[in-house]
Ligand binder design. Structure first.
Ligand code: 3PG
Length: 311
């Protein structure tokens, strides 16, 4: 039976679709810019612990200024909010620094190909650790995801174990981040933008001592001088760009998460990775063998099959 929607409802639905479409396009564009500047910085200044910290610091500062000047309204949060946020922030910090360490060792495209396997981690963690079970097609969709990632990894010309493991650890950490944030967000009335702002601040506090312990100011000062002498004063702007764009893309992604289901979000995230993989290969002229590209394509196709199966 063909029931026509009332005109107003149809209009509202179209407006909502347009809004989400705009969020997605903005999220992907900001993410592509972040990935490019992040890699440009890491090529000249291979200290991912500092660049990860600066990304969180830029976001925290931008949000504090926005709250102080009332560009954005500060959230009303209590101790329970921060307690619930702690495991999310630990997982976010690990996932972020691990991805950045990975990108400092391998091509951006390679990190994102491995990161397109995140749904496989999600299913494995949920089944093995949380005792959840899924319909058979969901498990079957893991075959192309894992197989495609494995094929891309073994045929990667510039394979590096730290780069590979960083992306794998990031996948695992982000699965936990998503599980914890789902639990932590329940019953809280904080917007996606403010939730991400608080997450940045807490992650910054967690990451800073580790960044100092792993790399430290002496190494940073020497590395900074070398980078500025090689690149020139523009290097500072690259660092600013990677930091600011990191915050912006995450903020927009959390704002869209507010409006959509986690499943739609994960489909959007995979499409984002396609944009990043293609643009970074074009910009950095990474050599890609056909078999390597095939692996990436199979993994991404697997992610789409996974989202279909989960639906
Ligand atoms: C990071 O630095 O946190 C990673 O680039 C994040 O990756 P994602 O947001 O694309 O999962």
């Amino acid at each position: 039976i063909n029931i026509e929607l009332p005109h107003e409802q149809a209009q509202m639905e179209a407006a909502q679709k347009l809004k989400i479409g705009l969020y997605f396009a903005t999220w992907w564009a900001l993410n592509v810019v972040f990935n490019i500047y992040n890699k440009k910085v890491l090529n000249a200044f291979p200290y991912p612990w500092l660049t990860s910290t600066l990304s969180l610091a830029a976001g925290s500062l931008m949000m504090l200024i926005s709250w102080a000047t009332r560009i954005a309204e500060a959230p009303k949060v209590d101790l329970n909010f921060w307690k619930a946020l702690l495991p999310v922030a630990v997982a976010h910090t690990i996932g972020h620094v691990a991805a950045t360490v990975s990108m400092s060792k391998v091509a951006v495209s390679f990190t994102h190909i491995i990161k397109s396997g995140e749904p496989a981690f999600s299913v494995l963690v949920s089944s093995l650790m949380l005792g959840e079970s899924f319909p058979m097609p969901v498990y079957l969709s893991l075959i192309p995801i894992i197989g495609g990632c494995a094929l891309a990894a073994v045929t990667e010309l510039n394979f590096n174990m730290t780069g590979f493991m960083g992306a794998m650890v990031s996948n695992l950490a982000f699965v936990f981040r998503n599980i914890f944030s789902k639990k932590g967000m329940k019953g809280m009335s904080v917007s996606g933008m403010n939730y991400y702002a608080c997450l940045s601040m807490m992650s910054l506090l967690i990451l800073t001592p580790f960044a100092i312990a792993v790399e430290g100011p002496k190494i940073w000062a020497a590395g900074w001088q070398t980078a500025v002498s090689q690149i020139g004063p523009n290097f500072v702007w690259w660092v600013v760009a990677q930091s600011v764009f990191y915050h912006l893309y995450n903020q927009v992604s959390y704002m869209s998460l507010d409006q959509i289901s986690p499943l739609t979000f994960s489909i959007g995230n995979t499409m984002k990775r396609i944009c990043v993989i293609v643009s970074s290969i074009l910009i950095f002229h990474n050599p890609v063998q056909p078999i390597n590209a095939l692996g990436a394509a199979i993994a991404i196709l697997g992610t789409f099959l996974y989202s279909q199966a989960k639906q």
